[in-house]
Design a protein around this ligand. Structure first.
Ligand SMILES: [Zn+2]
Ligand SMILES: [Zn+2]
Length: 265
C-alpha cells in the first residue's frame, strides 16, 4: 500500500471581519494572528473497508484543526470519499455491481468510522455529489479554454474480449525490475517501483486473464511545464513556506543548470 499524502493546509489571511478601525496596535496584532484556514486531507478511495493507514492522514488533519480552533482561528476541515478511479471500477466488475453501488456501501462505512474515531469534519462529502461534479467540470473547462490541456495518442493495453482499454489496475504481469508476479500496471507492490502498464512482462487482463494487445488511444494531458516558471516563483518567493522547502526548489534549479553546463560538481 502506498503511503497517503499528509494533510494539506491552506491559510487565508482574514478579511476584515468587523467594521472596527484597525489603527491601534492591539487590533493590528490580532488581525495578523487570526486567519481563515482550510485544512484538507487526501480523499480516501472507497473501494474497500478503511484500514488504519487510511485514518493516519485524517487524524493528523483533525489534530491540527483542533489546535487551530483552540487558538480561536477560523477553521474549515474538509475531505470526502473518492468514488472515481480504476480500483473502484475493478472491484465493482469483480462483484458484478455498479461502481455507484459499491461506493454507496463504502461511503456509509467510512462516514460511520469517521464518527467512531470522533474526527470533526466540517464537511465530509463525496466526489459524486452534484456540487463536486460541477466544480470539477468548471475547473477542467477553464483549464482547457486557457490552453492548459493537450491531446496526445498513447499506446495502451487493450483487451479484445472485454472490448476496453486497460488502465493501470486492469492489467497485471511480471515486474520488469524485480520479476515479482503479480505486479500491477501502475506499481509493483514488491519493489515499490512505479510502472507503466506496457512495461509489464507477460501482461494479462485482470478481468479474464487474456493477453491484451497494444493499441493507440487518445488521451488528454494537463500541460504542467507551461506553469513551471510561475510555480518556481511561487515556491521560492512564498514567505508562508518554510525556508528548507524554498531552498530545495532553488537547489534543484542550480543542479539542473550545472547539468546543462556539463558540470557534475
Ligand atoms: Zn518489482
Ligand atoms: Zn479482458
Amino acid at each position: 500500500m502506498v503511503g497517503w499524502p499528509i494533510s494539506t493546509i491552506f491559510y487565508y489571511k482574514r478579511l476584515s471581519k468587523t467594521s472596527q478601525p484597525t489603527t491601534t496596535a492591539t487590533i493590528a496584532e490580532d488581525d495578523n494572528r487570526l486567519g481563515r484556514w482550510v485544512v484538507c486531507s487526501a480523499w480516501p478511495y472507497v473501494n474497500d473497508r478503511p484500514h488504519l493507514g487510511t485514518f493516519t492522514h485524517l487524524l493528523s488533519a483533525d489534530v491540527y484543526a483542533r489546535y487551530l480552533r483552540l487558538k480561536g482561528e477560523d477553521v474549515v476541515m474538509v475531505s470526502g470519499s473518492d468514488e472515481h478511479g480504476a480500483p473502484i471500477e475493478v472491484e465493482a466488475i469483480r462483484r458484478k455491481i455498479t461502481p455507484r453501488q459499491l461506493t454507496n456501501q463504502y461511503h456509509r462505512v467510512f462516514t460511520r468510522s469517521i464518527k467512531q474515531f470522533n474526527i470533526q469534519f466540517d464537511n465530509y462529502t463525496r466526489t459524486e455529489s452534484p456540487v463536486h461534479k460541477k466544480f470539477v467540470q468548471e475547473f477542467y473547462r477553464t483549464l482547457d479554454k486557457n490552453g492548459y490541456v493537450f491531446k496526445q495518442n498513447i499506446i495502451l493495453p487493450y483487451c479484445e474480449n472485454d472490448k476496453r482499454f486497460l488502465p493501470d489496475r486492469f492489467v497485471e504481469g511480471e515486474c520488469p525490475y524485480c520479476h515479482y508476479i503479480p505486479a500491477r500496471g501502475d506499481q509493483c507492490d514488491n519493489c515499490g517501483r512505479v510502472l507503466d502498464p506496457k512495461d509489464l512482462i507477460n501482461p494479462y487482463c485482470v478481468l479474464d486473464h487474456s493477453t491484451p494487445i497494444m493499441k493507440e488511444s487518445a488521451s488528454w494531458f494537463f500541460d504542467l511545464p507551461k506553469l513551471s516558471d510561475q510555480l518556481k516563483k511561487y515556491v521560492e518567493e512564498n514567505p508562508n513556506l518554510p525556508e528548507n522547502a524554498r531552498r530545495r526548489s532553488m537547489l534543484r534549479r542550480t543542479r539542473t543548470f550545472r547539468r546543462m553546463l556539463g558540470n557534475s560538481a
